[in-house]
Design a binder for this molecule. Structure first.
Ligand SMILES: [Mg+2]
Length: 110
């Protein structure tokens, strides 16, 4: 499955689209919420499991990463963007930085 297909399928699970009361803030907050859940799982890995990553725990992190992708996809849809193209554009940007030896440093448009 590619991001384009994911975007098309995942929108079917967006309750806010169905009730037509969604806005961009809802998705931005959801994205931050789910990213926080990823960070929380990693924090608890160290707090509760001495940093020892099991396959079972990795699966739990994987689920949260999937939730992050869901919100990314819905944000793309809400903005009228092709999720696949967003991913491709990001890779193109990073490859350009790599070629120009600009992977490190700061500035969005370096
Ligand atoms: Mg989650």
């Amino acid at each position: 499955m590619d991001f384009k297909e994911y975007q098309k399928e995942s929108i079917k699970t967006d309750l806010n689209v169905v009730v037509k009361n969604s806005n961009l803030a809802y998705y931005a907050l959801g994205l931050c919420d789910e990213a926080g859940e990823v960070a929380g799982k990693v924090k608890k890995l160290y707090r509760d499991y001495n940093g020892e990553l099991t396959e079972e725990y990795k699966k739990e992190i994987e689920k949260e990463l999937g939730d992050v992708i869901w919100y990314l996809s819905q944000m793309c849809t809400k903005l009228g963007l092709d999720f696949n193209e967003v991913a491709k554009m990001n890779l193109d940007k990073l490859n350009s930085r790599k070629e120009r030896n600009k992977l490190s440093g700061s500035g969005d448009n370096r």
